[in-house]
Design a protein around this ligand. Sequence first.
Ligand SMILES: [Zn+2]
Length: 235
Amino acid sequence: MDNTLDLLLKIQSLNDELEDAKAQLKQIPQEIVKLEKQISTREEDLKNAETRILDLKKTYKLKEIEIADNEEKIKKLNTQTFAVKTNEEYRAILNEVDFLKQKNKEIEDEMLGLMEEEEKLKNSIDAIRSQTKEFTDTAQGRIAGMKKKTESLDEQQKLAKATLDDDLAKLPDDTRELYKRITKVRDKAVCAIVDNTCTGCYANLTHQFLNELKKRNKILLCETCGRILVYTTPD
Ligand SMILES: [Zn+2]
């Protein structure tokens, strides 16, 4: 009976190991997806900043062309003033020149804003780039580690399952049936006793019951939760 009780504890521990591996194997793919999402968000942010710098440069060039065009128009209008016949015509041309000059001033202000934004982005892009690389490298390292861990958990699971099956076969038939029956309704079928308490439901065990358990000569169930209780001598 001593052997059976120890075997039951071993079976329970193998079962715990299997459950733990199963939980980790379920968790890992979710964590990988989360990290991959974070990587692509960072890379997108970097790309957006780089594209914005290029856009700002392009817009700045277009504004320069617009100013040059307006200056060309002003020059033409100024030459036209020599040929005008009426005051009205003359005033109209001057108004047009004023309008274009005002327009160019506004464009220059816009260009100043564009330049400031480009400057600011250029100053921060190196930091963004290195932070993105650092984050991506770390995250990819973690992903590779988790993929490796999946493989070792798979192996560990196979090994534990094989040992568990072997050990279950070693149990007396009625004990195995009892173990299986409890496993169906409880997370744990076998519990060690710690501090005079069932580690499954944390019920205190009576002195008399403890004495029975200490004998280790039969299978006894917790009166509160129905799990198999095993008394072990502290190492
Ligand atoms: Zn209990």
